[in-house]
Design a protein around this ligand. Structure first.
Ligand code: SAM
Ligand code: SF4
Length: 363
């Protein structure tokens, strides 16, 4: 196994993969060796969270020391270089992005790229616990939609899954988002023996409120107390139940975010339903995204371990040359984006486990 996981500016992409990305790269935009344009950056602004979802992190996680976390100014700098290189969509995530102190400062800074027309979308994925406080300002900044994670509508089960969350706060956050005119997509992780039976009700509930909803398969990201294989509920099973047992008709939607989600319109509810199936079927061929962690590591793939240390570039380069150095480091890293991940779960076995949990990488 190749144990080298750090990419530096001097690393050349492999001979056999270099040509495909050269045409796009010649235009100055970011392209990987397989010809995929990189237009989407996800940023984990913190590894901290006010919840402890059982599939995401340990009950008593060891959070990163503050000095290792990029400052908001550093995040703005790195993100702005990405925008200059053709990134058109930025999603803030975490951990819980809305628990990071002064996070609205960063959103206000990044919104300048929206107003300048350089960024098409600025958005975030949140657990919703702090959304009631921020929804109006987010909408005012030009954020048009948010993804809100919600795995159950049962308050007790919600507290169990999140180990501390208050469902009512999340529901209030969703209401505030709706009132502010934000388009909401609910993200629901399908967890075996936890919410499988409730999924049709969650879909009906979401669609009745005009929310889209995506179902997500658990991924083997980091060690948690519970067995990953026991948590895994294939979405093919969920879908079979919706179609065969409930008789729902799902019509393919022509709506593509370049991600691992495929969307369907449910005739019976009129709403949009996505299936994020990184394990049972993956869509790496059209992947357009890279991920920046809270510590400034750039990951080229959720399910691979190679990273580039952009924090070192930001902190060790004089400010006058930092943007140029970042551009060089980002281009070198993207030239190493792998073709796809290696996650797999089958008959009780899990392959492609990642050492880092989702709150660190940014889901
Ligand atoms: N705290 C925010 C939230 O929960 O929406 C943002 C960060 S969270 C890591 C982003 C998404 O990743 C959430 O929808 C969460 O349910 C999902 N997630 C976390 N761990 C996961 C895992 N091991 N497999 C699949 N999805 C996971
Ligand atoms: Fe926090 Fe989101 Fe992870 Fe839940 S899924 S513990 S809300 S980061």
């Amino acid at each position: 196994m190749d144990t080298r996981t750090r990419i530096t500016v001097n690393d050349a992409p492999g001979e056999n993969t270099r040509n495909a990305g050269e045409n796009i790269a010649a235009s100055g935009a970011l392209a990987d060796p397989f010809g995929r344009a990189i237009t989407y950056l996800r940023i984990s602004v913190t590894d901290r969270c006010d919840f402890r979802c059982r599939y995401c992190m340990a009950e008593q996680p060891v959070f990163l020391p503050k000095r290792e976390i990029l400052t908001l100014e550093e995040i703005d700098r790195v993100a702005s270089v990405f925008v200059r290189l053709g990134v058109r969509k930025i999603r803030l995530t975490g951990g819980e992005p809305l628990v990071r102190r002064n996070i609205m400062w960063l959103l206000r800074r990044l919104a300048r790229h929206l107003h300048a027309g350089d960024l098409r979308e600025l958005t975030l994925t949140t657990n919703g616990s702090q959304l009631a406080r921020h929804a109006r300002e987010l909408a005012g900044l030009g954020v048009r939609r948010v993804n809100v994670s919600l795995d159950t509508l049962d308050a007790e089960k919600f507290r169990h899954v999140t180990r501390r969350g208050d469902l009512n706060k999340v529901l209030a956050g969703l209401e505030a988002a709706r009132a502010a005119g934000l388009h909401v997509k609910i993200n629901t992780v399908a967890v075996k023996n936890v919410n499988g039976g409730e999924i049709p009700d969650i879909i009906r509930w979401a669609h009745a409120r005009g929310f889209d909803i995506s179902l997500i398969e658990t991924m083997p990201m980091g060690e948690v107390e519970e067995d990953r294989a026991c948590q895994y509920l294939p979405l093919s099973e969920v879908r079979r139940r919706l179609e065969e047992e409930l008789g729902w008709r799902l019509e393919r939607e022509d709506y593509d975010t370049g991600g691992p989600s495929r969307y369907w319109r449910v005739r019976e509810t009129g709403g949009r339903l996505g299936f994020i199936t990184p394990l049972s079927a993956h869509f790496c061929d059209t992947c357009n995204r890279v991920r920046l962690t809270a510590t400034g590591k750039l990951y080229l793939c959720l399910g691979q371990n190679e990273d580039a240390d952009l924090r070192a570039v930001v902190r060790e380069t004089p400010p006058e040359t930092a943007d140029a150095a970042l551009e060089k480091a980002i281009r070198a890293a993207v030239a190493h984006k792998p073709r796809g991940h290696e996650f797999a779960i089958g008959s009780g076995e899990v392959r492609g486990r990642m050492p880092r949990t989702m709150n660190v990488t940014g889901g």
